[in-house]
Design a protein around this ligand. Structure first.
Ligand code: HEM
Length: 155
């Protein structure tokens, strides 16, 4: 069955999403503070972070179509009292994650078109910080008030 595989992949990809986003955010903030030139590595970090987020988005859509939690939500319309996980994954998680990836994508393409190096750093830093915040809120951390999932899964 594909569902458990998607769960493992989606779970692990979260770390790549966060790591690449933090790396690009770090390079943008350091570029801003040190007034340095925008180098190829800064562009690579920005493009890689956006691409990994897009990959996670695709896996997320596939998972959404296969998840018994999501299909139960749309079939039976459980109330919030039946368990907040159903509405969390069916509405909140997808909504916030989709928004964050759109924000990142807009930021990345805006940064690419900026004229000055400082503007490139600033645009990336602002858009990616918003994206990171939304992703952080929407991840079902073991300490999240909405839904709790393990930090790591294996096959
Ligand atoms: C950057 C984006 C995203 C991150 C970092 C992320 C992260 C996660 C994590 C860590 C889990 C828990 C996995 C587990 O149970 O081990 C999860 C579950 C889930 N995600 Fe995402 N996700 C993202 C985007 C999306 C999107 C866009 C969708 C839908 C289109 C989606 C749909 C789901 C669903 C349906 C589950 C629950 C599956 C289930 O337990 O049956 N995710 N996500």
């Amino acid at each position: 069955m594909i569902y458990p595989i998607l769960l493992v992949v989606h779970n692990a990809l979260r770390w790549l999403v966060l790591g690449s986003l933090l790396a690009s955010l770090g390079s943008s903030i350091s570029g801003l503070l040190r007034h340095r030139t925008y180098q190829p590595i800064d562009q690579t970090l920005r493009v890689v972070a956006t691409s990994i987020a897009h990959t996670q988005l695709l896996v997320g859509f596939y998972l959404y179509a296969k998840s018994p939690i999501v299909s139960y939500y749309w079939k039976s319309h459980p109330t919030y009292q039946d368990g907040r996980e159903f509405s969390f994954f069916s509405l909140i998680h997808i909504g916030l994650m989709l928004t964050s990836v759109i924000v990142m994508t807009i930021g990345s393409s805006k940064a690419k078109r900026q004229k000055s190096d400082q503007q490139k750093f600033k645009t990336t830093a602002i858009y990616f910080a918003i994206g990171l915040l939304l992703i952080f809120i929407a991840i079902p951390w073991p300490f999240s008030p909405f839904a709790n999932r393990p930090l790591y899964r294996s096959f």
